[in-house]
Design a protein around this ligand. Structure first.
Ligand SMILES: Cc1cc2nc3c(=O)[nH]c(=O)nc-3n(C[C@H](O)[C@H](O)[C@H](O)COP(=O)(O)O)c2cc1C
Length: 173
């Protein structure tokens, strides 16, 4: 299914009481989704379970953001991110996501949780334009250099704004 969805440009908005939850295995394969996830995205369990989480990736999302996410969570830390996701019919929705590791009793990572909530509109406006710049940097650099170019630009923006980490940068918006 991935790649066949054509974005419509139409936005769907979450309300304050809607939380979109999913759980993955250690490789990012989806093993649980809640009802809100299915209602808002239009996918059903059969579309999602066992699939990589990039099944809901929107083409406007830069690769550099997901690299950052995986770097943080694979170390066992929580990660926050503003994410634009695609619905089954091509519509999209913005979320503020909190991704956390799921640890077993030996404190080993066995999977990850993501809880997504309605983002504030000011943050969405900011991150939409930042992601446009990151995506442009990725496209200019070509496939091989894309990730480095977008990571470098993201780190530069974080630095220029005086933050010492991606986390404090995200949480300030
Ligand atoms: C718990 C968890 C939740 C995730 N949620 C999303 C999501 O909502 N949208 C998304 O595009 N990627 C999400 N990802 C990241 C994907 O695994 C993947 O890195 C991303 O979609 C980019 O995929 P690609 O580089 O293979 O295209 C999530 C990963 C984890 C571990």
């Amino acid at each position: 299914m991935k790649g066949n969805i054509v974005p419509t440009g139409r936005e769907v908005f979450l309300n304050n009481k809607e939380f979109i939850v999913s759980k993955t295995d250690i490789n990012g394969r989806i093993i649980y989704v809640n009802r809100e996830f299915m209602r808002i995205s239009g996918f059903v369990e059969a579309d999602l379970l066992g699939k990589q989480h990039n099944i809901i990736r929107h083409p406007d999302m830069p690769r550099g953001i997901f690299k950052k996410l995986w770097d943080v969570i694979a170390k066992g830390d929580e990660c926050f991110a503003y994410v634009k996701n695609i619905c089954k019919n091509g519509d999209h929705y913005w979320v503020f996501a909190n991704v956390t590791p799921d640890l077993n009793r030996h404190d080993e990572i066995v999977g990850y949780f993501s809880v997504r909530r309605k983002p504030n509109q000011q943050a969405v406006d900011y991150f939409a334009q930042l992601y446009r710049q990151l995506l442009q940097a990725e496209q200019q650099a070509g496939t091989r250099g894309a990730l480095d170019a977008s990571s470098a630009l993201l780190n530069q923006v974080i630095d220029e704004q005086g933050f010492d980490s991606y986390e404090s940068f995200i949480l300030s918006h």
